[in-house]
Write a protein that binds this ligand. Structure first.
Ligand SMILES: Nc1nc2c(c(=O)[nH]1)N[C@H]1C(S)=C(S)[C@@H](COP(=O)(O)O)O[C@H]1N2
Ligand SMILES: [Mo]
Length: 599
């Protein structure tokens, strides 16, 4: 559908006299899908037909794409070359001299007294890995929901630097949901396609535990002498690390003394992992929050959601490489000894005790690995509840960030804004569209003193509110647009909600993907925020069809799915348990999203 030819307010016919009553919206409730999904099965709403991605590709220059699978043969050849070179190097006297001067390990003062591995290290190490598995797997599911990475907040198609999906089709109404890809159950948590609602409970929920484990680790590391193992205390760590690298590559490995101190390559790798990668994972995670990014725009200006998301992904790559290298070397270098040090705190390279503890811990991880996705399909609401118990309090906290308007400037407006959701196809909507919404009436009712019906002219005659803000879709894309319309506060002032009203339901003309009208519940406090508004204009023109004509919601502390497009009615209610499936929104009823989504 075209977007031109929208009438000016003066061309619209005069409004019909309002006959709306407080009960007028009751009819809308019957258009909702009353179902609420309690299992993920073959007919589950979120399970759009499977669609697979492509091998990972990185953009080179403007439009050339390099298939990363080539790194496998290239890496193999390079490894052989490096081994040959390292072997050759070691025959050169100066290099032999160098590896003798820097044998590989710096033993700091105090290390001898701290030799060995206290029990807490073994437990910490175990919990860390146990928690990282679901975090990584659910993270991969989140990536699969928008399988592209960008460096700017505009998320412009073709400007992605990495993708595991074909190029964006030219269809101007292509949606982000159509773009999502399927993951196998054994890789994603959960698998399938567009299961991000559940993946986020895992990712954010388990993350709180991982952070807690990390904080305990930091405290223990610094209150014992264990930090001596992880933090380089002398510049000699660099030549020693190079020396270790040459020794490893020449396949004539250094004699380790890990009971007292790690070799320098280990120290550097552990230092980067514990003190750089882990905090960076946390910071870049927060960098994707709509509430935080809008509030701290001066940080978000440089460190945009897409920079944060790309770095978050690179941290994941670091962790994956680290895990592979670490496990390979632990097993390849004196495995029994390594297991004994870590799990039985003995400097013993014969006993199998450490190995058996390792084997049991591995078995626990494998069993959980296999079980978590089927468990999630069987008990999605439990996953949602536990996830919410863990991360919900933080999400509630960030919801208090009421930001001021005037956030971005005209030149920040994105050249392309992704579309999302299911377009309105009802005859009712089509009829309105074809007459340029002349008969459109926004109905506002429920627990209010003055129920209202407003046509577009009346809406346009209300005090105008404009904001240039950034949109954050739960799937990961973003974009900046200028929105023109009416502040929700203006509507609230007109209808005067009763003190009983705690939630505001926004009803759409459009159905959700699984039938029933799309709707969302918003807390009433947020209706008074500076950046909560009903938009009838976008980037200086009437709101186009794809972005929600004639009216859509903006609430910039929340993720995009809560910003209902094609609004036909607004109802003030006590709570949302009687509305639709009772979970506070279409995606909450159908796809296990949460109703507070400030991160
Ligand atoms: N009625 C309705 N509104 C909706 C949706 C939908 O499916 N139906 N999708 C939401 C989602 S997931 C997002 S990210 C935004 C997308 O807004 P845009 O298409 O204008 O960029 O609209 C939201 N509003
Ligand atoms: Mo979204």
């Amino acid at each position: 559908m075209a977007n031109s030819g929208r009438p000016t307010p003066d061309e619209l016919p005069p409004p019909a006299a309002s006959t709306i009553t407080p009960k007028a919206l009751a009819g809308f409730r019957h258009e909702l899908d009353q179902r609420k999904y309690d299992a993920v099965d073959g007919s589950w709403a979120g399970s759009v037909p499977a669609q697979y991605g492509v091998a990972p590709r990185v953009r080179i220059g403007r439009s050339k794409w390099f298939n990363l699978l080539w790194l496998l043969p290239i890496g193999f050849v390079l490894l052989i070359v490096f081994i040959a070179v390292a072997k050759g190097l070691r025959d050169i006297p100066t290099v032999a001299q160098f590896t003798e001067t820097y044998p590989g390990t710096v033993v700091p003062n105090g290390a001898e007294e701290n030799a060995g591995f206290p029990t807490w290290v073994g437990w910490q190490h175990f919990f860390n890995m146990l928690l990282m598995i679901p975090i990584i797997r659910s993270g991969v599911t989140i990536i699969a929901d928008h399988p592209r990475f960008y460096w700017t907040r505009h998320s412009t198609p073709g400007k992605d630097w990495f993708r595991v999906q074909k190029p964006v089709p030219t269809d101007p109404l292509w949606t982000a949901k159509q773009d999502s890809i399927t993951l196998p159950d054994s890789i994603g948590l959960p698998g399938r396609r567009h299961s991000i609602g559940l993946a986020r409970w895992w990712h954010l929920g388990v993350n709180t535990l991982w952070l807690l484990n990390g904080i305990i680790f930091y405290i223990l590391v610094f209150t014992t002498g264990h930090w001596l193992r992880l933090i380089p205390t002398s510049w000699d760590v660099f030549p020693n690390a190079i020396s270790v690298m040459i020794q490893y590559l020449s396949l004539d490995w250094p004699t380790d003394n890990a009971w007292v101190a790690y070799n320098s390559l280990q120290v550097l790798a552990y230092f980067v992992t514990v003190f750089i990668a882990a905090p960076l994972a946390f910071i870049t995670g927060l960098g994707m929050s709509p509430a935080l990014s809008t509030k701290f725009r001066w940080i978000s200006r440089i460190f945009s959601i897409q920079v944060a998301r790309s770095l978050h992904f690179l941290v994941l790559i670091w962790f994956l490489l680290f895990i592979v290298m670490h496990v390979t070397l632990v097993v390849a270098t004196d495995a029994l000894h390594n297991f004994n040090m870590m799990y039985t705190n003995t400097n013993d390279d014969h006993s199998w005790n450490g190995f058996w503890i390792f084997a049991v811990s591995l078995a626990v991880m494998i069993v959980l690995w296999v079980a978590v996705t089927p468990f999630t399909y069987r008990h999605p609401r439990m996953v949602q509840r536990i996830g919410y118990a863990l991360i919900g309090p933080t999400q509630r906290l960030f919801e208090h960030l009421d930001s001021k308007p005037g956030q971005y400037t005209e030149k920040d407006i994105s050249p392309y804004m992704w579309h999302n959701g299911k377009y309105p196809e009802t005859p009712e909507y089509k009829g309105l569209y074809e007459t340029n919404f002349a008969d459109y009436r926004l109905q506002v009712s429920g627990l209010v003193e003055n129920p209202l019906e407003l046509d577009l002219k009346q809406l346009r005659d209300l005090p105008r509110h404009e904001q240039i803000t950034q949109h954050f879709c739960i799937q990961g894309w973003s974009g900046v647009a200028k929105w023109g319309g009416v502040s929700m506060q203006t509507i609230v002032d007109l209808v005067k909600p009763s003190s009983e009203a705690k939630w505001v339901i926004f009803y759409s003309f459009a159905e959700g993907p699984d039938g029933g009208v799309y709707y969302d519940a918003q807390p009433i406090e947020q209706m008074s925020y500076h950046l909560t508004m009903l938009a009838y204009d976008m980037n200086g023109e009437a709101l186009p069809y794809g972005h929600g004509a004639p009216l859509r919601l903006r609430n910039e502390v929340q993720l995009g799915f809560k910003l209902v497009k094609w609004i036909k009615g607004i109802e003030f209610v006590k709570d949302f348990s009687e509305i639709g499936g009772g979970e506070g929104g279409y995606n909450n009823d159908h796809e296990f999203f949460g109703y507070r989504q400030s991160i």
